[in-house]
Write a protein that binds this ligand. Structure first.
Ligand code: NDP
Length: 349
């Protein structure tokens, strides 16, 4: 334990943040989490082991200036995870960019004001590194997404601008705290709360036959427990610095569907038609225009391209090892069934 002061976690109700809160409590830390509604709405947080003695929830909205003053007051460590995570929104500026960027500034201003913060761990994303895999390139922490905009992958744009704002803030204001960013790719695994997270929804959609076939797309997967652990390791490790790409194995859709079958989920309507060849990619690019605007854009900028990245820094400097992907996938599917996001398999009813 490196502090007896509460560790502040913004967006504590979120998929990733709830696991951060759980792990911090398990390790004996006091936690102050921010939520948007009355704290009675979060029994899954209030029921965590250690919560009754060491968790307090305070209300804060990213769009309200000064909203995080109380949340970080007297804290030495702040984990800023709150940010809208949605691909399709009506108004990308208002719904994604404003809360992500202005919210980051608001949280950092509150950290500056309280004066005792030593480190801020910022939950960024692979989205701030790239929105378009490049089959010829291995992405690292040195890369920045320069292609997204309000029209092109606006979620990626919001994460890029928010992380840039965080680094610019520490350059501009030279606060007493340092900044670390954790940049995960597709975060999956068990959810502590009832909401269906955008990344677990992608697994659910594959399992309920939403996609017409197996496309040539791939993702880097990371278990939500590992992402939470990475935040805590980044807080506790004195020599941690800069950005950390936080993702385990890369897997394409064909391999993912095969894994789901061998893991015993073959009775779900998994996609069968193989559209992962060149003709399939052309067809899917054409069909992407029938999808919601931002899903279509994501497909067009990702299909037919293979992602490569180097995740050595987080393993070497923070000592993080990744939960095997098969275990995370199985946990995700069981959890989707548990929360009613996915019907049970016929033989399990
Ligand atoms: P969730 O949607 O589960 O959590 C987002 C959190 O942000 C929620 O607590 C939400 O509150 C809060 N939030 C959103 N808008 C506001 C606002 N205006 N004011 C205050 N709080 C707000 O997503 P994740 O847990 O997956 O994401 C957490 C972070 O991780 C985000 O920054 C996301 O970009 C990043 N990330 C996620 C990845 C993933 O695959 N899941 C991958 C890479 C990065 P409420 O519950 O009230 O809606």
């Amino acid at each position: 334990m490196i502090t007896d002061k509460p560790v502040s976690v913004t967006g504590a109700s979120g998929f990733i943040a709830a696991h951060i809160v759980k792990q911090l409590l398990e390790q004996g830390y006091r936690v102050r989490g921010t939520v948007r509604k009355n704290q009675k709405n979060y029994p899954f947080l209030l029921g965590l082991a250690g919560a009754s003695e060491r968790l307090e929830l305070v209300e804060a909205d990213l769009l309200r200036t000064g909203a995080f003053d109380l949340a970080v007051d007297g804290c030495e460590y702040v984990m800023h995870t709150a940010s809208p995570y949605e691909l399709n929104v009506k108004n990308p500026q208002k719904d994604l960019v404003d809360p992500a960027v202005n919210g980051t500034e608001t949280v950092l201003e509150s950290c500056l004001k309280t004066g005792c913060v030593k480190r801020v761990i910022f939950t960024s994303s692979i989205a701030a590194i790239t929105d378009e895999p490049d089959s010829m390139k291995v992405f690292t922490e040195k890369d920045w997404n320069t292609m997204s905009s309000l029209e092109r992958n606006p979620y990626h744009y919001s994460k890029t601008l928010a992380e840039r704002e965080a680094w610019d803030f520490v350059m501009r204001k030279r606060p007493s705290f340092d900044l670390i960013s954790i940049n995960p790719f597709m975060v999956i695994g068990s959810s502590l709360g009832p909401s269906l997270n955008t990344s677990n929804r992608m697994i659910r959609d594959i399992m309920i036959g939403t996609y017409p076939g197996i496309m040539d797309v791939n993702w880097g997967f990371v278990d939500v427990q590992d992402v939470a652990k990475a935040h805590i390791l980044a807080m506790e490790n004195n020599t941690a610095s800069g950005r950390y790409l936080c993702s385990g194995n890369i897997m394409n859709m064909k391999e993912l569907v095969a894994l789901l079958k061998t893991a015993g989920f073959g009775s779900y309507p998994l996609p069968k038609l193989d559209l992962s060849g060149q003709a399939g990619t052309l067809l899917m690019k054409a069909l992407s225009f029938t999808q919601p605007r931002d899903t279509g854009m994501y497909i067009r900028t990702n299909i037919g391209r293979t992602m490569h990245y180097d995740n050595e820094k987080i393993k070497r400097e923070l000592g993080l090892s990744f939960i095997p992907l098969k275990d995370s996938i199985i946990a995700t599917v069981k959890d989707l069934v548990k929360w009613g996001h996915l019907p049970p398999q016929k033989n399990e009813k």
